[in-house]
Design a protein. Sequence first.
Length: 277
Amino acid sequence: MINPQHHVHSDSCKHSHAEEEQDDSTIVIHNASDFDGMRKAGRLASQLLDYITPFVKAGITTDEINTLCHAWTIERGAVPAPLGYAPYGHIPFPKSVCTSVNHVVCHGIPSDKRLVTGDIINIDVTLIVDGWHGDTSRMFSIGKVPLRAEKLINVTYECLMRAIDIVKPGTTLGDIGHVIQSHAEKSGFSVVRDFCGHGLGRSFHSAPSIVHYGKPGEGIALKEGMFFTIEPMINAGKYNIKMLDDGWTAVTRDRSLSAQFEHTLGVTANGVEIFTA
């Protein structure tokens, strides 16, 4: 989960604001025992998405998905981080997971909306395990979906994995953004500008901001021990979004479909570890 108000400069992560914020002196560098904590949190978050997968089909409501996820999380002694989350005086998030259907970009609030054949949905979960945050999301197709929706989902996943493939000490944040942007736009899609990945660990959101577009070589360079998410949001139409009155739900302004995948990562001595694999 990325929050629209986790940046002190703005209620959304605009590129200029992200550049202003990028100061590696504020980024926590973690040690080997911290990696152990994140492995546990990330593994459980990934297992939650595995658990919910067979339930995600036509007829279920997004609130029923939330209820199942909440119960599973509590039964395992973990805490659903989104529930009641209210950064900087924001409206508390009322549910335990985010469910973003079709043209919802992110932070969709579970409701009595029933999924129907042809829908696509992102389920975004963050679990706190022994104080550590594991944050991950996946796309799900409800029955047979349009070919463009299927392509959008595939390209979004490819954007995430291509970005992860280059993560290592010395890679810059601009390198990550460029890999995502170039693949998405080459495929005929657009990259959402208003939200970004984020540092995490014992806190839900921290530095650095991982913007999903950019230029090679720009921005701070990664160092061993950094923890963060990469979570590109890719739209079938234009990248512009708007916020709904609930204060959380972001939708595409042109009502085009949107897709997202997310992993929590740790930079190692010579590469990257995916905690939520």
